[in-house]
Design a protein around this ligand. Structure first.
Ligand SMILES: [Zn+2]
Length: 360
């Protein structure tokens, strides 16, 4: 007889939904990664022709080092990010003639390179020069083209190279934005759970825990991040990569993007010069955590301790604009059920919540 704790499976198991996980194959976090990048491209992959997307500033500082180090061993075709956005269609042809797409730069560079790699069906190598959001390691891409904002699932980076030397030298604001994008997971996983309970949506416990962990490590380490910059940068980068992996495991951006991201996106569409993605997400998370009746104080205090924006004023938004954004947010993604879809708020309720959470 089988021991009591080993039970036989039921005679007929329910059919499981097909679920695909896309994960990065190789991730390096460290210093002096130029030679590692070049060696991996030419020796491990036997690549020859590389399409490199970058922006002028980091290119001078980092992309040029990669090209110089490679010398004639790799054939780089370099495009700046704005050229890549403008001539996207033409660049897809260039991508097809290359072995791989390498993106060296900030969020926009990585987003555009990712979309190109997908369209041209080539592997994508992510080399972030700032740690401002979780796109450095996720399959999600989001950028503006012809006045429209695109945000959707694309390809997961095959390899990620986070060179601490260049990321630590970037203006502090970028890393603080990364912290905002990380605390956002606190609210996103709650929205996901809500959609599971009320709408029967697939919910991956492991991916949810992983995403939640990347928020809680920032909230628990807020003081540490301020006091030990070097170590703090590494913690944030690792948490951002981990959040990207959570999306890969879930097969969607669900664990990392909920009501707070919808508000942040709504603000983006309504503003000429919106604050950074993570800055908007962090502030919106204080608000949506309050709606979820979870610990919004902890979210706010950690952002404040780190020095990241934690009021509307700090992201250049007034109360009226925020009210409009909250009302517009659920319509941006009707299929993504969140606390904003469950309980639509009127202007008075939004103002009250703003005051209670000290956002105004
Ligand atoms: Zn985000």
């Amino acid at each position: 007889m089988s021991p009591r704790f080993i039970s036989n499976p039921p005679a007929k198991l329910p059919k499981m939904l097909r679920h695909e996980m896309e994960l990065p194959q190789y991730i390096v976090i460290g210093h002096d990664l130029v030679s590692t990048i070049v060696e991996r491209l030419k020796s491990n992959h036997a690549f020859r022709k590389i399409l490199l997307i970058t922006s002028k500033t980091p290119y001078r500082a980092y992309g040029s080092k990669v090209v110089e180090y490679a010398g004639s061993s790799l054939d780089f075709e370099v495009f700046y990010v704005d050229e890549a956005v403008e001539g996207f269609g033409k660049l897809v042809e260039h991508t097809r003639r290359s072995d791989a797409v390498v993106g060296i730069g900030g969020g926009k560079v990585l987003d555009v390179s990712k979309a190109l790699a997908e369209a041209g069906e080539r592997p994508f190598f992510s080399v972030p020069t700032v740690a401002s959001h979780d796109g450095i390691a996720s399959p999600m891409t989001s950028f503006r083209r012809n006045g429209r904002a695109y945000s959707r699932k694309s390809v997961m980076p095959l390899e990620i190279y986070a060179d601490m030397e260049v990321i630590s030298m970037a203006p502090r604001r970028y890393l603080l934005s990364g912290c905002g994008d990380l605390v956002a997971k606190h609210s996103a996983v709650r929205d996901w759970w809500l959609a599971h309970v009320e709408k029967g949506e697939y919910y991956g416990r492991y991916a949810a825990h992983l995403a939640n962990l990347s928020a809680s490590v920032i909230m628990k380490s807020a003081k540490h991040i301020v006091n030990d910059w070097q170590e703090g940068v590494r913690t944030v980068v690792e948490a951002l990569i981990s959040a990207g992996v959570a999306m890969g495991v879930a097969g969607s951006s669900r664990p990392c993007s909920g009501s707070e991201h919808l508000i942040a996106h709504a603000l983006e569409t309504m503003m000429e010069k919106p604050a950074l993605h993570g800055e908007r997400c962090g502030v919106a998370t204080i608000f949506t955590s309050k709606l979820h009746k979870s610990n919004w104080e902890k979210v706010r205090n950690s952002l404040k301790t780190i020095g990241a924006p934690h009021t509307l004023n700090q992201i250049g938004v007034d109360a009226d604009l925020f009210v409009e954004a909250v009302k517009k947010a659920p319509d941006l993604r009707k299929e993504r059920y969140t606390i904003l879809h469950k309980t639509p708020l009127n202007s008075r309720q939004i103002y009250d919540a703003l005051q209670e959470t000290m956002l105004v």
